[in-house]
Ligand binder design. Structure first.
Ligand SMILES: *Cc1c(COP(=O)(O)O)cnc(C)c1O
Length: 395
């Protein structure tokens, strides 16, 4: 029988929308539903609501309100940042630098740009998942127009040296974009002091609504419009605004940043205890990613001699929602590009488990999840011929 208990530890995939955020959104559906582009009062109040949300997003990242453009989420923001700057700067050059560990919203957009004639350099990362400044410096040419490095990795949680990268890019006159989808609400961000030119964020990763996001575009930066049509978002992103979503995004980011220190220290504490238990109670496992430069809620662990998918199924049976980097959505058994990039051997990468903690996790969850993982790993190893071989060789 499947477990009645449910523990959600997949906050890097998405989060529950905060009930307060939902409350803030509700009036904008059936009561104040005016189209912000219209001229009567019902429309005007929608415009004001959008302006207020824009100011909240700007404040959260140290930007000015007119530098914030609302989108449908992280994927759109990433596509726009890359495609919009690539085409508007192709007079200067056609070279873009990114990393081997980006989200597919960046990697697949780069593949598209390559077909359009752009040259893409994928920087390697060190064993902890961090870009080395020497590699970045060496990759820059006089044709380089854009550097895109994520703020924090969604699989292994590694935080990149964003300030250093921003400083270097600014000195070299190269645009710097960062996919900060995983970092918002977890790491302090200031686009001005960090010399960030473009930044992507997504509402549903910080307890806001799905299908909402924003792109920060530093004032003065040339970037092509992304959607063509009406005059919304200063003619850069046409389409009637998702007013309830934008209001929700504003409410969520305000709360995420306001509560950041308290929330992250509590989550980091729980995470550390869970990690400690797994590493000490289960043999033959290793932590992927950086020990300290890491998102507070992230655990990414490889268990030798087992398949990540089998582990997920057993955990799901116990009511635990987690994820693995070992299988891609197409169902092929491609190991995670991130684990490959940090040098995890392919057979070990197949046994990876990602647990990402969030605000609703408790001490009880830690005990339950560590026990269930231990049981599941033991069970899978007990039927693994590879593990039997390993034990035989060891004895
Ligand atoms: C989730 C995620 C995205 C995509 O955001 P959506 O809003 O789901 O489109 C992009 N980058 C990173 C790092 C993510 O974690």
């Amino acid at each position: 029988m499947a477990s009645e208990k449910t523990v959600y530890m997949d906050h890097s995939a998405t989060t529950a929308t905060d009930p307060e955020v939902v409350q803030a959104m509700l009036p904008w559906y059936s009561q104040s539903y005016g189209n912000p582009s219209s001229i009567y009062r019902l429309a005007g109040i929608s415009r004001v609501a959008i302006d207020e949300a824009r100011a909240k997003v700007a404040t959260a990242i140290g930007a000015k309100p007119d530098e914030i453009f609302f989108t449908s989420g992280g994927t759109e923001s990433d596509n726009w940042a890359l495609i919009g700057t690539a085409f508007s700067h192709k007079g200067k050059g056609n070279h873009i630098i990114t990393t081997a560990i980006e989200h597919h919203a960046i990697l697949h957009t780069c593949e598209y740009l390559k077909k359009q004639g752009f040259d893409i350099t994928y920087l390697p990362v060190d064993e902890y998942g961090q870009v080395r400044m020497e590699d970045l410096k060496a990759a820059i040419t006089d044709r380089t127009i854009l550097v895109s490095v994520m703020f924090a990795n969604n699989e292994i949680g590694t935080i990149e040296p964003v300030s250093e990268i921003g400083k270097l890019c600014r000195e070299q006159g190269i645009l710097f974009h960062t996919d900060a989808v995983q970092a918002i609400g977890n790491v302090p961000i200031n686009v001005a002091t960090m010399n960030i030119d473009l930044l992507s964020l997504s509402g549903h990763k910080f307890y806001g609504p799905k299908g909402t996001g924003a792109l920060y575009i530093r004032k003065g930066i040339r970037i092509d419009s992304f959607l063509h049509g009406g005059a919304q978002e200063k003619r850069k992103r046409a389409g009637t605004e998702n007013v309830p979503g934008i209001v929700g995004l504003g409410a969520a980011i305000e709360k995420a940043v306001r509560d950041q220190d308290l929330k992250t220290s509590r989550i980091r504490d729980l995470r550390n205890r869970l990690l400690e238990r797994i590493l000490t109670e289960i043999p033959n496992c290793r932590l992927n990613g950086h020990k300290t430069e890491r998102l507070p809620g992230n655990i990414n662990i490889c268990f030798e001699f087992i398949e990540g998918e089998s582990l997920l199924l057993l955990l799901d049976h116990a009511g635990i929602a987690a994820s693995t980097g070992s299988a891609c959505s197409s169902g092929s058994l491609e190991p995670s590009h991130v684990l490959m990039a940090i040098g995890v051997p392919i057979e070990i990468a197949h046994g990876s488990l990602r647990l990402t903690l969030g605000i609703e996790n408790t001490e009880d969850d830690i005990n339950y999840v560590s026990e269930e993982i231990k049981k599941a790993v033991e069970k899978l190893r007990s039927i693994s011929p590879l593990y039997a071989d390993y034990l035989k060789k060891r004895s």
